[in-house]
Write a protein that binds this ligand. Structure first.
Ligand SMILES: N[C@@H](CCC(=O)N[C@@H](CS)C(=O)NCC(=O)O)C(=O)O
Length: 272
């Protein structure tokens, strides 16, 4: 098992303690569920002493997360956009984490035991291994609400068809089958949306929908550039500025895949 311990980009110890303290503040007066050894949760009535003890504990106990390993470089994060979404969420919430790199071409027994479907990402929360980036992002939001990353429901589906239309176009062998136009229609809708609501989907601040869409747009840019010599047209400047705004976040730079891995990862789909 390859394990890589990462600290969030910022001074995590202070900020995570801070984040948990304010989480706790939001709940003052209630019986709380607070982290124990990173995995279990047990109930505590709130006292000042408990707060500082458990804020420290949450700051120093990394979350365990299984992610795809690189196909091209040993002991490095690979090219799964769903894994990057989870890592981005933890980075933006200043949560420390331990990455367990999984070779998906040769899944080890220990991994299949905790992820019977054989998929990444999976994360250990309250002593249970939780799969699926949608579920994981939601769970992290509930357990670590500060800083809040939720996207309002009416904005949550912005850009949600881009990934499937990108894959359709990438796999297409017929230039006139409409797959390029289908992708352009979705990107155009995003362009209009960002023009009036940007720079991010929820306005000034990055939110959960950006952390889901950003890695997919990264794959789109690299894979279509490589396999189809295609790029987002100049006529969609707000998509371009949106991509730049996400791709230059410290959290994104820290968790992005190597372009070579993105290219290698899509090869079977393009060739198949
Ligand atoms: N809906 C899942 C999709 C996860 C997924 O498909 N992960 C891929 C890697 S990008 C995987 O683990 N595939 C299994 C395999 O390649 O054998 C999520 O959002 O987490």
């Amino acid at each position: 098992m390859s394990t890589t311990r990462l600290q969030p980009t910022t001074a995590f110890a202070a900020s995570a303690a801070c984040a948990l303290s304010s989480t706790v503040k939001n709940h003052l007066g209630f019986t709380l569920r607070l982290p124990r050894n990173n995995s279990g949760f047990r109930r505590h009535s709130v006292t000042r002493r408990n707060l500082s003890v458990f804020a420290m504990s949450a700051a120093s106990d990394p979350l365990e997360v299984c992610v795809k390993a690189s196909l091209t470089v040993s002991n490095r994060l690979g090219d799964c956009p769903f894994c990057q979404r989870v890592l981005l969420t933890m980075e933006e919430k200043h949560l420390p984490y331990d990455m367990k790199l999984v070779d998906l071409a040769n899944k080890p027994e220990w991994f299949l035991k905790l992820s019977p479907e054989g998929k990444v990402p999976v994360i250990k929360l309250e002593d249970k291994w939780v799969p699926d980036s949608d579920v994981i992002a939601q769970s992290l939001e509930e357990k670590f609400p500060d800083p809040p990353l939720g996207t309002p429901p009416e904005k949550a589906s912005v850009g949600s068809k881009i990934f499937s239309t990108f894959i359709g176009f990438l796999k297409s062998k017929d230039a006139s089958d409409g797959t390029e136009q289908a992708l352009l229609n979705e990107l155009s809708a995003l362009n209009d949306y960002i023009k009036t609501n940007g720079p991010f989907i929820n306005g000034e601040k990055v939110s959960a929908s950006d952390l889901s869409l950003g890695p997919k747009l990264y794959h789109l840019e690299i894979a279509l550039g490589h396999y189809k010599q295609w790029s987002v047209p100049e006529s969609l400047p707000h998509v371009k500025s949106y991509m730049k705004a996400i791709f230059t976040l410290d959290s994104f730079v820290k968790t992005r895949a190597l372009p070579e891995d993105v290219i290698a990862g899509w090869r079977p789909k393009v060739m198949g």
